[in-house]
Design a protein around this ligand. Structure first.
Ligand code: TYM
Length: 326
């Protein structure tokens, strides 16, 4: 049994990229491992947030965790800000992180590009993420491809700490899906599908209405050919849609190619929309029930209690080893 930790930002509404890349794997891992899943609200304020929107996005994300199938009797579901040990170990990890390491992070480069007045928190973001993982001595971290660089830094920091202060942290590994680790934008297959995009046509939200999903998929960019063939190099748009199809239907890429051979993109896109709608409709139904039930506060209280027990024990051990009086 491994310790599993992962988190999703509340900087927007969750997309099917978040679901396929990460959330769905949370629900798979919870049956066999000791799992901690959180909404990383502290990370979310590394870029400016409107307070009312942030609060709504946090609640919505928690409800989607549960609606997607996380069982709170098995896994702790909580908010990063409800377990103060995250901020405290985050600080200690910042002191162990080199400036050069943070400067190399592609997420920082992407998110700061062309902006003035970049908050220092956006720069030190990966040190807090390392703390998130190490607090639970997690060895398995379900994430999409875009988080692998942050995880690499976490591994380096774990080794650095162990070398300086004695064996403390196991070395965490990413756990990614086979074909859905990087779902791309519907309007531009060179960009990751992202909840913080300003173009709603670029993503499918987990809470998009069926009619909206059908429209977005019918308008998704393809190419001038007509072959439904998986070839990410030469047919990135169609390959991306095939990844979504495969992940949402559990059909293999080869089966999808065979099914649409000689048919062009029309029938493929039409069926893809139905596959996505069929996957999301029951989740959306459960989502509405959870929001109406008023149970979220209780779920978060219990989740934070369970997470704090593990996190506080690790923080104490770390501080003791570093020489603090605890
Ligand atoms: P975030 O909020 O950007 O995304 C949450 C999770 O969804 C995955 N993901 C995707 N997977 C496939 N295709 C996509 N288009 C796509 N978009 C997002 C992400 O890889 C991620 O797994 N830094 C993290 C949050 C975080 C965290 C952590 C994760 C903070 N602390 C500790 C794991 C462990 C982030 O910004 O994820």
């Amino acid at each position: 049994m491994a310790n599993v930790l992962s988190g999703i930002q509340s900087s927007g509404q969750l997309t099917i990229g978040n679901y396929i890349g990460a959330l769905r794997n949370y629900t798979k891992l919870q049956h066999e491992h000791d799992c901690y899943f959180m909404v990383v609200d502290l990370h979310s304020v590394t870029l400016p947030q409107d307070p009312a929107t942030l609060r709504e996005n946090i609640e919505s994300a928690v409800a989607l965790f549960i609606a997607a199938g996380i069982d709170t009797s098995k896994a702790a579901v909580f908010l990063q800000s409800h377990v103060p040990a995250h901020a405290e170990l985050g600080w200690l990890m910042t002191t162990l992180t080199y400036m050069g390491e943070l400067e190399r992070m592609t997420q920082f480069k992407d998110k700061s590009a062309g902006k003035d007045s970049i908050g220092a928190g956006l720069f030190t973001y990966p040190s807090l993420m390392a703390a998130d993982i190490l607090l639970y001595k997690a060895t398995m971290v379900p994430v999409g491809d875009d988080q692998k660089q942050h995880l690499e830094l976490t591994r380096d920091l774990a080794n650095r700490f162990n070398n300086r202060f004695g064996e403390t942290f196991p070395i965490p590994q990413p756990y990614t899906p086979e074909v859905g680790a990087r779902i791309m934008s519907l309007d531009d297959a060179s960009k990751k599908m992202s909840k913080s995009s300003t173009n709603p046509a670029s993503f499918i939200l987990m809470l998009d209405e069926p009619a909206v999903i059908r429209k977005k998929i019918s308008r998704a960019v393809t190419d001038s050919g007509r072959e439904v063939k998986y070839d990410p190099q030469n047919k990135p748009e169609v390959s991306n849609l095939m990844s979504i199809y495969s992940e949402c239907s559990n059909m293999s890429i080869a089966d999808i190619e065979a099914k649409y051979e000689g048919q062009g993109y029309g029938p493929f896109k039409k069926d893809l929309a139905e596959v996505v709608v069929a996957l999301l409709e029951p989740i959306q139904q459960r989502y509405r029930e959870i929001r109406e039930s008023g149970e979220i506060a209780k779920i978060l209280r219990e989740g934070a209690e369970k997470a704090s027990a593990t996190a506080n024990a690790t923080l104490r051990e770390v501080k003791e080893k570093m020489g603090f009086i605890v």
